[in-house]
Design a protein around this ligand. Sequence first.
Ligand code: FE2
Length: 263
Amino acid sequence: MLIAQISDLHFHLEGPHIDLIRPAERLDAAVHTLNSLSTPPDLVLVTGDIAENGSPEEYAAAGELLMQLKMPWLPIPGNHDDAENMRNAFPDMCCLRWGGQFMHYVIDEFPIRIIALDTVVPGEPQGALCPARLEWLAEALETGGEKPTLIMMHHPPLDTGLRCMDQYALMEGRDVFAELIAQHSNIERIVCGHMHRHIVGCLSRTVVATCPGIAHQIALELEGDPAFLAFRLEPPAYLHWFGDNGLITHHAYVGDYGEAVKY
Ligand SMILES: [Fe+2]
């Protein structure tokens, strides 16, 4: 099974940096790249921050492009998203309503089980897994048995050294989450967004990977001033992996780089 991940589309229709970021152009390029792969993914995961301001107009415009994906796609919310506007924008996606107050769900129809978590604290940039969400996750992991499982969540559950963003990562429930992960050896990967960079780490012996942003990347200032938050227009990228013997992650760029040259 092939899974692609895209993240942090930050779709917006106006704003001070729109001519630089060109979110529609970048999302269109990502959709085109995924649709054009010689081996198309079976599924696309969209790990949050679909809309910059969470407005119905942004979801409608982003949705028009996402609907052009030739394969199914599954979203989770990020801190920029608005839960109700997001649900209303994608009424056919019943899974977005299964969790009631929270936009979490389990998809079990693929060889790898997908657990989608909602880490959003409305109005706040940082993420949380409150007791109710952790309880739901514990039950979801328990009922899944030993089936290989992938967890998708917007806020990463570890420090990455990118201090300007680490202060806005998963800040509540991190320890209990780590304990839950430690109890289940069938979790193949925890995939996140939010950091706007490709970062790989480890939590409870499980690989955690964050995905670059489709819209823009956070400037790499390792161990820098936490107050310094800036973006760079590095090429948008998505992660792409294949799993027969577990999950292998590839970092692939959006865009057309011409035909592969045989040598
Ligand atoms: Fe973001």
